[in-house]
Design a protein around this ligand. Structure first.
Ligand SMILES: [Zn+2]
Length: 416
């Protein structure tokens, strides 16, 4: 460690009423108290009352397609399905070097916003599994600095793609962290159900997590979620399973949702919403009124079901804009789900910290507490509401006591 002992003065830790001093020793948090006096030779950093959060977590992104927008063409309709077509064309040109270079750039962008944990889906509907090989290499190279979780994602279906089941098994053997599925894209409802059964059983066999692109469509008849939750419950996978997107839930009738909520609670599964990209891609077949196309985050949260937020796409066929900054996702998510109450805003950092940590199964090492690894971020704001409103920049990102990214406080001069 470059700093055997470091004292950071005057930080607001999460939503604490007052500020604290924090001591790092040998990569761990040695003490937290309202006031700590420096020991001999200890390096001191002044936190100036700024906000400290546990490391930010990207719980849903596609690094294999990141930074490819316009290659070979732009998605002009803005639909999920044109995005899949465009990516299908770009996918033929993939090389390991190409994927590693773009994913590496995207990860460094994310690190610049305080992200230290990334769950990336990686398209395995490719007989060569090029993107997967690239991201497995990157996962190892970055291991000490950024935790990268990889989900085998069958972008073009499992039962509806040549050798789809075999490709999923190969991905499991190659060492992915989780298995995915895409039931709403399979040719038939039967294939959708079969794909979910297959993936849950494979995950149980290989002791892997599950994260399904589930019902990412405005079709109220798309009901992969009930199958996924039932398998999670019956196979005992429970909170090792995550349902991402679930945008069809926006369109389900309320009577059905009441029944579904009971099953979701029983199953213990996690949910991931990607509000920015879902508001962009969904509702595209509506005239007016136009659906928002975001899952029922407020109701799920109130029911005690774990929900986190993800960026989904960074400058690719499904999102022409974005930097990887999760603040944009939370801001949009709160507006579009109407979670604008004071307490809802105050707690909303949890969508990209604690809730996401549960989804990724980060365990007891995550969080700012004495005895835990000294991994946390300092943002240029006095509290989370201010950070959210002002798009506060990163001041410091510590990983086990080591500074892995830093910024300087923003200054503004109003010249009147
Ligand atoms: Zn996705």
């Amino acid at each position: 460690m470059s700093n055997p002992s470091l004292l950071i003065k005057d930080l607001r830790i999460e939503d604490a009423e007052s500020t604290s001093d924090l001591r790092i020793r040998d990569g761990r948090i040695a003490a937290i108290a309202p006031r700590l006096d420096p020991t001999d030779g200890e390096e001191i950093v002044h936190g100036a009352g700024r906000l400290a959060l546990p490391p930010l977590i990207e719980s849903h992104v596609h690094l294999d397609s990141a930074l490819t927008a316009g290659q070979p063409r732009y998605n002009e309709t803005g639909t999920l399905f044109e995005g899949i077509e465009v990516w299908g064309e770009r996918k033929r040109e993939l090389t390991v070097e190409d994927v590693k270079e773009r994913a590496g750039r995207a990860i460094r962008q994310q690190a610049g916003f305080g992200i230290q944990y990334v769950r990336s889906h990686v398209d395995v509907t490719d007989p060569e599994l090029t993107a997967l090989r690239a991201l497995l290499e990157l996962r190892e190279e970055l291991r000490d600095t950024i935790t990268l979780q990889l989900v085998a994602f069958p972008q073009e279906g499992i039962l509806s793609f040549p050798d789809g089941p075999q490709l999923m098994r190969r991905a499991a053997e190659m060492g992915v962290d989780a298995l995915g599925a895409i039931p709403h894209f399979e040719f038939t409802r039967e294939y959708a159900v079969e794909s979910l059964n297959l993936v849950c059983e494979l995950a149980a066999e290989f002791d892997l997590l599950v994260d399904v692109h589930c019902d990412e469509i405005d079709d109220e008849a798309s009901r992969g979620l009930e199958t996924l939750a039932t398998r999670a419950l019956e196979l005992g996978l429970r909170d090792r399973v995550t349902a991402s997107h679930t945008t069809a839930m926006h369109s389900y009738n309320n009577a059905y949702v009441v029944r579904l909520m009971r099953l979701l609670t029983l199953s213990g599964i996690n949910m991931v919403s990607n509000p920015l990209v879902n508001t962009h891609l969904q509702g595209r077949t509506d005239t007016y009124p136009k659906r928002r196309g975001v899952t029922r985050v407020k109701e799920l949260t109130e029911a005690g079901i774990n929900v986190s937020f993800g960026q989904d796409d960074i400058v690719d066929p499904w999102n022409p804009l974005g930097t990887g900054n999760l603040r944009d996702v939370v801001l949009n998510g709160l507006y579009v789900t109407q979670m604008m109450g004071h307490e809802q805003i105050r707690r909303s950092y949890r969508f990209i910290t604690h809730n996401a940590a549960r989804t990724l199964h980060l365990g007891e090492d995550y969080g700012i507490d004495v005895g835990r690894p000294a991994s946390f971020v300092i943002l240029d704001a006095a509290d989370w509401q201010e950070a959210l409103s002002w798009n506060a920049g990163l001041i410091a990102s510590y990983r086990e006591g080591r500074l892995i990214a830093r910024g300087t406080p923003a200054t503004r001069e109003i010249l009147f």
